[in-house]
Design a protein around this ligand. Structure first.
Ligand code: PLP
Length: 366
């Protein structure tokens, strides 16, 4: 038996648009806006570059504070900290792994420039409360929706709620172009600035729209745009979006049925307000030893399971910022106990049973 941790659902069908006489860029944009109810999108080389763009668009500077979870990928933080922001790490909730809003409130000051909730596994925190907090305090709300494409908070797609949302189309994600991302703009006031940043610091956008007769250098900017060839592949993935969703849901629900009464683990909760995209199947084991032993023994049985993240506040860089052990108790507990199981459309029901039976055998209990 050989069950890899991840297997992206990309095949030759996804390349079908490459030879077509269509404008991939315009078609991809049209479908994204329509199918995810987005008002303005910019396709980027990755979610990391979309987050970097966000820091540039909201003009992060020395002394600004940015609140984010420590339980995330490094590039949630990178664009902000490299422009001089002080990173203020908030803890997460133990049942959903989303940012702890009470901790965010405690850590909000008059220097807070942005709050970045990370939609872990396509599940958001309560976005109504975060939206209200940000609008009352004049703070930008930036959704790191790297894992949140095609998932919702109430009836709104993740990424479309804050001032800015960012998506990932990396090969590990539900929809994939190998590498890729999107910057979703929901705050009209930032549009002019975003156009300049995205067009490498020029007013080329105004030129293309006939507003100026030539374009030139206006401000800071960067090279963020996704290759049009990758856009063609992403367009192919959009055609398979519903199958991807349905198959992931099948895998998720199957795990859930087989594991929900097993007393040696705790499943991650999906809050009532959320519609998941089934990006991750994660659970908590009783302690770190059990978790590590499970990963090792599953590997011997041909199953790749894993864990993440290395919390940012306890990294070498985080410690240099003054953070230390015990600062974020739930984050520190979760990173020791979390186990992630394979989840992708081609995972068969028998594979799921095989994985679960092995876990039960390894861990014991009932
Ligand atoms: C929460 C989060 N943010 C950002 C990223 C970066 O995404 P990308 O690989 O598209 O740059 C990831 C990657 O998995 C992620 O999990």
């Amino acid at each position: 038996m050989k069950i890899p941790f991840n297997s992206s659902f990309v095949d030759e069908k996804d390349f079908k648009y490459l030879n077509k006489e269509i404008d991939y860029k315009a078609e991809l944009k049209r479908r994204f806006l329509e199918e995810f109810n987005i008002s303005r999108s910019y396709f980027t080389t990755s979610c990391s570059s979309a987050l970097d763009m966000a820091a540039q668009v909201i003009e992060i500077k020395e002394g600004d504070e940015v609140i984010l979870p420590s339980f995330t990928y490094v590039t949630t933080a990178m664009g902000f900290v490299k422009r001089g922001a002080k990173l203020v790490f908030a803890d997460i909730c133990e049942d959903t792994f989303t940012i702890d809003i009470d901790d965010v409130k405690r850590k909000t000051t008059n220097k807070t420039k942005a709050i970045i909730p990370v939609h872990y596994a396509g599940i958001s925190a309560d976005m109504d409360i975060l939206t209200e907090l940000c609008s009352n305090e004049n703070i930008y709300l930036i959704e790191d929706a790297a894992q949140g494409v095609d998932a919702k908070y109430k009836d709104r797609y993740l990424g479309t709620i804050g001032d800015i949302g960012t998506y990932s189309f990396h090969s590990t994600k539900n929809l994939s172009s190998g590498e890729g991302g999107a910057f979703i703009l929901n705050n009209k006031m930032l549009e002019e600035k975003t156009n300049v940043v995205f067009e490498k610091g020029t007013d080329r956008h105004a030129f293309i729209n006939g507003i100026v007769d030539k374009y030139s250098w206006k401000d800071f900017g960067g090279s963020y745009e996704m290759s049009s060839y990758l856009m063609a592949i992403l367009l192919g993935q959009m055609d398979k979006k519903n199958i991807i969703y349905k198959e992931r849901e099948r895998v998720y629900e199957n795990y859930k049925i087989l594991l929900e009464d097993f007393d040696e683990i705790k499943l991650t909760k999906i809050p009532k307000y959320a519609s998941s995209n089934y990006h991750i199947f994660s659970l908590l084991m009783k302690n770190e030893e059990k978790r590590n032993e499970t990963i090792m023994k599953l590997k011997e049985e041909g199953v790749e399971a894993t864990f993440h993240y290395q919390p940012l506040h306890l990294s070498t860089f985080g410690k240099k910022m003054g953070y230390s052990k015990y600062d974020l108790p739930i984050t520190e507990k979760v990173v020791k106990q979390i186990l992630r199981l394979p989840i992708y459309p081609s995972l068969e029901n028998e594979d799921i049973e095989y994985i679960v039976n092995n876990i039960k055998k390894i861990v014991g209990g009932k």
